[in-house]
Design a protein. Structure first.
Length: 299
């Protein structure tokens, strides 16, 4: 009898020790998001920037992020885990912890609906509402496999982050247009972006913004412009409609398909733009063809 009581006390003690001192979160929220992992990741980072006192960092991969939000005299830590359920829906698990008042939260949460819990639910609800608004601002249509043709082009190099990609384009559009027009260079297609480096951990990208042109022996030498042969390749293709600031949402659609079908791709997306963002208008009428190169191993 004494042995049984001792065992029960030991088990209860271990459980309480785990609950108060080891359990990583004070409160957990689960919710379904009608977007893929990459879109949730980028939308969460953009939304976090709109909050008054908030910072966010990506952990090991795009499915894990840690967000710090200052609420009064407390710092709330949100650990977001994104798990895809299908190609357009994700399960979000959010572990929330008060950095300085964790013990008290764990003591009260089982017995009362605390302000901490209410604030956590409101924060997650606000994000989901923001995400749902964002979903209506663009459309991605997966098209399958295609082969990009080769072309000669005039380019300007940019190094920035994904969210500023369109601003780089808007800078280069009038510059390249004026150079091409003033030098009577013959254009041979719509402008495009060739990504040369994409760091998915910190969202930094390096890309060439290019105009396809007809190659001649008398192309002018101009500062910040270089000429190159773009080599065509077999790729996965999607159509993106929406503001070009968020055309990277199509990148994640292509990556998801490649992972599902076990297709090895080179994570250096290429985008062809059929509208000039400087002209404005209804962004949902803007069109871009987005490609993710397939590696030779798959071919």
């Amino acid at each position: 009898m004494k042995k049984g009581i001792t065992t029960i006390i030991a088990v209860i003690s271990i459980a309480l020790l785990w609950y108060f001192f080891i359990k990583p979160q004070d409160y957990q929220i689960r919710v379904i998001a009608k977007s893929n992992t990459g879109t949730v990741n980028q939308a969460l980072k953009s939304w976090s920037k709109t909050l008054q006192e908030s910072s966010i960092s990506q952990k090991d991969d795009i499915a894990h992020l840690e967000q710090l939000i200052v609420i009064g005299d407390s710092i709330h830590i949100y650990n977001w885990t994104i798990t895809p359920t299908n190609d357009s829906t994700s399960q979000l698990v959010i572990d929330v912890k008060d950095k300085d008042h964790s013990f008290m939260n764990k003591l009260l949460v089982p017995f009362a609906d605390t302000n901490f819990e209410k604030q956590a639910r409101k924060t997650v609800t606000d994000f989901i509402e923001n995400l749902n608004i964002h979903r209506k601002e663009f459309k991605v249509t997966f098209m399958g496999e295609d082969h990009l043709p080769s072309t000669y082009c005039a380019c300007v190099e940019h190094k920035t982050v994904q969210s500023n990609k369109a601003f780089g384009m808007m800078e280069s559009y009038p510059f390249l247009n004026s150079v091409i027009a003033s030098n009577e260079i013959q254009v041979n297609g719509v402008p495009f972006i060739e990504t040369t480096d994409w760091n998915m951990k910190n969202d930094s990208i390096r890309f060439n913004f290019c105009y396809p042109i007809i190659k001649t022996d008398s192309l002018p030498i101009i500062k910040d412009i270089f000429y190159k042969e773009f080599i065509g390749m077999k790729s996965l293709k999607a159509i993106y409609n929406g503001n070009y600031m968020t055309s990277d949402r199509a990148w994640y659609t292509l990556l998801d398909y490649a992972e599902e079908k076990q297709i090895e791709v080179d994570k250096k997306p290429i985008e062809f733009f059929f509208n000039n963002p400087n002209m404005g208008g209804d962004a949902l009428r803007w069109k871009a063809e987005v490609f993710m190169p397939i590696t030779e191993q798959y071919e």
